[in-house]
Design a protein around this ligand. Structure first.
Ligand code: HBI
Length: 352
């Protein structure tokens, strides 16, 4: 039995959706490790919601999104930073745990690693964003081998320390997702409404084909959304907001296909897992995590990145994909059990 301390992302409270995919990863991992008889405690910003998990809430100012500070060569720490406060508190309780797991994509936890007396497993949940950050993770990768975990091989390859990364994939609670075999005509798009997600290409495809597009996700960048609405005034789009998992899987399951149009190298593709779990085939740019996940011609199609014509060309043939096979892939690769095995092996190795 392992005593595990999970330290959450500092960008927002758990359950707010601000942390995007890493919120889901942390929640699913905590549930799965508890189910296996380990003891999990989570440190997270105040107003976090995490039912049935031992949660310690820490006050302080949330961190800016790292991707908004792209290619900057400096590190920002705010006044009364919740990131600093969480890690200062972790220092005082570290001896109660076997392993500390860092879920933050921030400089501080990596800088602090040598000062802690317990192993720190770092889950790096995005691809390379800026050299100052790459430099500190590279240092930890060299001085603390095996402690850097990532979601996909493609993501690892964006870093100078690719060879020393542990590829962990991701996972979700499949029992929360129903496989839908009789979809409506709409296409789906899921993600934080932010420039790196490339929503405008999916909206352009909807305008070209006239096929309705349902959009799900946190409204992170309002001006970005308004720009898209101005550029594509006649696109048949329907913004559904940030839904609970239950509502999302119900709506997403009724989509003919999921369009994945990332501008950046997605570390993984939580929305790809969620779509497959609902039996929904994927049409994705051949870029980042989704390119490693979609089984070409079997559970979806991969298209040339940023090529809207290619995106549209594949919409017509998406009905040839078996929705059963999509669900099967989720069960084989992304179940909580498969995901839990990968992380548990990693933790046991680090405990030695
Ligand atoms: N930005 N500074 C910072 N810290 C994070 O932990 C962070 C982020 N941006 C996005 C994000 N985490 C998650 O949405 C991804 O890691 C999945």
């Amino acid at each position: 039995m392992l005593k595990l301390l999970f330290i959450s992302t500092p960008v927002g409270s758990l359950g707010s959706g601000i942390g995007g995919g890493v919120e889901l990863t942390l929640k699913n991992l905590a549930i799965e490790m508890n189910r296996r008889g380990h003891q999990v405690t989570v440190l997270a910003p105040e107003s976090s919601i995490l039912p049935n998990i031992d949660l310690i809430q820490i006050a302080g100012q949330c961190q800016q999104m790292a991707q908004a500070e792209r290619r900057r060569n400096s590190i920002a720490l705010l006044h009364n930073s919740v990131l600093g406060n969480m890690w200062d508190y972790a220092r005082t309780i570290q001896y109660n745990y076997d392993i500390i797991t860092n879920f933050a994509y921030d400089w501080l936890p990596f800088y602090l690693t040598p000062f802690f007396k317990r192993p720190i497993a770092h889950l790096v949940s995005m691809s390379s964003i800026n050299p100052a950050f790459d430099q500190i993770i590279t240092q930890v990768a060299q001085n603390f081998p095996k402690t850097i975990g990532v979601h996909s091989k493609i993501q690892a390859e964006t870093f100078p320390f690719a060879a020393s990364c542990r590829i962990l994939g991701n996972g979700l609670d499949l029992s929360l997702y129903q496989c839908c075999l009789d979809p409506g005509e709409s296409l789906g798009w899921v993600g934080r409404i932010a420039p790196e997600k490339g929503l405008e290409d999916a909206v352009a495809a909807a305008q070209i084909t006239g096929i309705p597009l349902k959009i799900f996700g946190k409204m992170e960048d309002k001006s970005y959304w308004q720009q898209i609405s101005q550029d594509y005034p006649h696109a048949p789009v329907d913004y559904q907001g940030f839904l609970s998992t239950f509502e999302l899987q119900e709506q997403l399951g009724r989509c003919r296909a999921l369009l994945m149009t990332p501008r950046w190298v997605e570390a993984f593709g939580n929305v790809v897992m969620e779509a497959l779990a609902c039996g929904v085939p994927i049409i994705a740019y051949r870029r980042g995590g989704p390119a490693e996940m979609v089984r070409e011609g079997e559970t979806g199609f991969l298209v040339e990145p940023d090529n809207i014509t290619a995106l549209v060309a594949n919409i017509e043939r998406i009905d040839t994909i078996s929705r059963h096979r999509c669900r099967q892939q989720a069960e084989q690769e992304y179940s909580l059990n498969a995901f839990g095995d990968r992380f548990e092996k990693w933790f046991i190795e680090l405990k030695k």
